[in-house]
Design a protein. Structure first.
Length: 447
């Protein structure tokens, strides 16, 4: 175990004791409850739960999966997911009270001969009826692995979508985050909108390169993809984007083929036209993966990720850090959660969201020993911009039955959590019960 992680765990134990004492007093932030008031979960989609052997686009996959979510300023909620039986991405919108806004889900990808996986959805900050969706399409273009990165836009609240635009146009197996020659996570892509309205997209390929593209016309077109990181011995995976004011872009990712892999980071000061040389944030003996970035109040940059002390296959913990200033110097990370407090072996693949008042929420997968997919979701909240966090909890109604699991069957690089400026929260999850049913759930909360 590295000295940094041992110290972080010691700090966590001390903090938990201090928090318990604080909660008994009538003063201080922690004396005031900060918990989302959750509505009854909403079933977004349901289907069978049959997953045959992989036979490329002829595979017998019959289930719903891969949910993602976004929140508007007024509390409306966008949800996208995949119906594997139809091989397409679908979209539905809800009010803050959970009422569906569309008569029926809308087909975004419209490519029923080709599997579509692991979308990301963004709601425009200035145009309330505009919706953006990014996803991975399993197109076999002649390379060793199938995969392209596709984008579509709606100008009418998701009732119709533009013809999908292929952003990657390569043979490298785009959308894959490779850990080893035989192990990778699909959904290795991200999409974010800047305060200026520009859109930024990033994705990685099985061949290992991290690509970036931008749109300054609301998604009507995108720039030629630009390589940000390319190292054949350290394939990039799991990119995460965040956008600040004045054209500042932040980008973090993990790498494969390294048992002591660390999180890489870079930033751009010109709206993604150029990037600083990539740098390793924290050089440790553990295996770090699946970072998530967010920009909060006053431009603070937040980062969470999973780290396994004994290598990729050992139980992980969720680590947190933040940075201020133009040099984006991150403070020493601390452990937020392990799986043990909730009766699980590990915690990994976090999701991150922030509001305009310094309140943050983090959710993550909870894993059994040796489990390849999570059995539940955990979460915690920050009260004061990352200085104080609450004891981790298991998210209500996300625990899978003994014979089931949650999370995508195609990879765990997902985007399941959203928060808007006033503290409205939306979280999505899927549950797969082999041979019985698959379902996608929407959880709506308010801080």
């Amino acid at each position: 175990m590295s000295s940094r992680v041992r110290g972080a765990k010691r700090d966590l134990r001390r903090w938990l004791l201090g928090m318990a004492l604080s909660l008994t007093s009538c003063g201080g932030v922690l004396a005031q409850p900060l918990e989302p008031i959750w509505q009854k979960p909403i079933e977004v989609a349901a289907g069978p739960a049959e997953r045959g052997p992989w036979q490329q686009n002829d595979s017998q996959f019959h289930f719903v999966d891969d949910p993602t979510v976004a929140l508007s300023r007024n509390g409306d909620i966008a949800v996208a997911w995949v119906d594997q039986t139809r091989k397409d991405v679908f979209y539905q919108a809800y009010t803050a009270q959970g009422e569906a806004l569309l008569a029926s889900p809308v087909n975004v990808s419209a490519s029923g001969d080709v599997f579509s996986w692991l979308p990301r959805v963004v709601l425009d900050t200035e145009e309330p009826m505009r919706v953006y969706v990014l996803w991975q399409e399993i197109v076999f273009s002649g390379g060793s692995h199938g995969g392209e990165t596709f984008f579509a836009r709606s100008d009418d609240g998701g009732r119709t979508f533009s013809k999908p635009l292929n952003l990657s146009r390569s043979m490298a197996g785009d959308g894959k985050g490779r850990l080893t020659k035989d192990v990778w996570h699909n959904g290795s892509l991200d999409l974010v909108q800047a305060p200026s309205g520009d859109l930024y997209a990033a994705w990685t390929a099985y061949e290992g390169t991290l690509w970036f593209s931008r749109s300054d016309d609301g998604g009507a077109s995108f720039s030629e993809p630009m390589p940000v990181f390319a190292d054949a011995s350290l394939p990039a995976g799991g990119p995460t984007l965040a956008a600040g004011e004045a054209g500042v872009v932040y980008l973090a990712w993990g790498v494969g083929h390294d048992p002591e892999a660390d999180i890489y980071f870079t930033s751009s000061q010109d709206g993604g036209r150029s990037f600083e040389p990539p740098r390793v944030l924290f050089d440790t003996a553990g295996h770090a993966w699946a970072p998530k970035l967010a920009v909060g109040a006053e431009g603070t940059v937040y980062l969470v990720y999973g780290e396994s002390e004994q290598g990729r296959s050992s139980p992980s913990a969720i680590l947190y850090t933040h940075a201020l200033g133009p040099e984006v110097a991150f403070v020493e990370p601390r452990v937020l959660a392990t799986g043990s407090a909730a009766g699980f072996a590990g915690a990994d693949f976090p999701d991150f969201a922030a509001d305009a008042h310094g309140r943050l929420m983090i959710a993550w997968g909870l894993f059994d020993a040796g489990g390849q997919r999570p059995k539940a979701l955990g979460y915690t909240l920050f009260t004061d911009g990352g200085e104080t966090f609450r004891a981790p909890k298991v998210m209500p109604h996300t625990v899978a039955p003994e014979q089931g699991f949650i999370g995508s069957t195609q990879g765990l690089l997902m985007d399941r959590l959203a928060m808007n400026a006033d503290g409205s929260v939306a979280l999505v999850n899927s549950i797969f019960l082999t041979g019985q049913s698959s379902r996608i759930w929407l959880h709506i909360g308010q801080l």
